[in-house]
Design a protein. Structure first.
Length: 97
């Protein structure tokens, strides 16, 4: 799977690579070389980052689903209503002897 970036994001990413080389490396890198390096990273390393992000989201969703499942299981306790209560409201309390 190739990770695609829209044109503006790709342009900003290439400019960031150029700046990195200019400020951190001994040699500057041109725009075309920076764009090529970006393409390489997206194709070669991008899937690793993508797959990790998907795994992280799955873990978070799994935890949330477990919380939701626990809440659903508690619903019957929280909202339980006793049936056949109509006549009980007319009954007189029995006196203790």
């Amino acid at each position: 799977m190739t990770i695609e970036l829209d044109k503006e994001v790709r342009k900003e990413a290439a400019a960031s690579i150029e700046r990195y080389f200019r400020e951190k490396m001994d040699e500057p890198i041109g725009n075309i070389a920076a764009a090529g390096l970006l393409s390489f990273f997206l194709e070669e390393i991008g899937p690793v980052v993508y797959n990790q992000a998907v795994a992280d989201v799955q873990e978070r969703m799994k935890a949330r689903l477990e919380e939701l499942q626990a809440r659903v299981e508690e619903l019957d306790i929280e909202v339980h209503e006793e049936p056949f209560q109509y006549w009980r409201k007319f009954e007189r309390p029995h006196k203790a002897k």
